[in-house]
Design a protein around this ligand. Structure first.
Ligand code: ZN
Length: 220
């Protein structure tokens, strides 16, 4: 691929991935949570674009390949219509804050991301430090400035249906917005309706409580 991805080279070794990072205490779904200490690190985006009173997380999916190619616009519109404080917004690659892409197989294999993961989200703070684990979040500036979403180039792990693939991209954008996996809570929330649950079961679009969480996180 001619165009090298922003920051992609730094996605290495540290990848315990958001698979093992978890939700929150004060409200439902904060992404960076340490279950051993019940501690949360709140990371927030800075310098979001604004349209009216809506904050927009500028995203690009030009470098997604099959079978995810057609699902980017669905994922964006899912968050666009979620009535959350921060919504995903499709822009060109040159101005995006979030790039969703399919890396080469060798890049994926060398990243430390589990071979079977459908996708992984890697954020970067305003100082350029990778924020992918609780410890990295704890040591970061807490102010996020960029994110990569990588989708598994091996189609065997990409999800069997369009709905699954759409859910995967919507779910990863949920991580970018700051949401974690509800099933990792202790106690597990009684409501199991969540696009942030892992696996192919469950809901494929953001639920109202997830939009509420984002509003609470950003003070709306
Ligand atoms: Zn996840």
């Amino acid at each position: 691929m001619v165009k090298s991805f922003k920051k992609i080279a730094s996605v290495l070794a540290a990848a315990t991935v958001l698979l093992s990072v978890i939700p929150a205490t004060s409200f439902a779904h904060e992404v960076f949570y340490n279950p051993a200490t019940s501690s949360t690190v709140a990371v927030r985006w800075q310098n979001l674009s604004v349209d009216g009173h809506m904050s927009k997380l500028d995203a690009n999916g030009d470098y997604l390949s099959s079978p995810y190619t057609d699902n980017f616009s669905t994922a964006v519109s899912n968050w666009m219509s979620s009535s959350s404080a921060v919504v995903a917004y499709a822009v060109s690659f040159s101005t995006s804050k979030v790039d969703l892409s399919t890396p080469t197989q060798s890049s994926w294999d060398n990243s430390g991301i589990p071979y079977y993961a459908a996708a992984a989200t890697i954020m970067y703070d305003k100082a350029g430090a990778q924020v992918m684990t609780y410890t990295q979040a704890y040591n970061s500036t807490k102010k996020m400035n960029y994110a990569n979403v990588w989708c598994n180039p091996n189609k065997d792990y990409a999800g069997p249906s369009e709905t699954d693939q759409s859910k995967t991209l919507t779910h990863e954008m949920g991580h970018v917005l700051g949401l974690g996996h509800p099933e990792a809570y202790n106690p597990i929330p009684t409501s199991t309706t969540s696009v942030m649950r892992q696996g192919s079961l469950g809901y494929s679009t953001p639920q109202s409580h997830e939009a509420s969480d984002i509003r609470a996180m950003y003070g709306f």
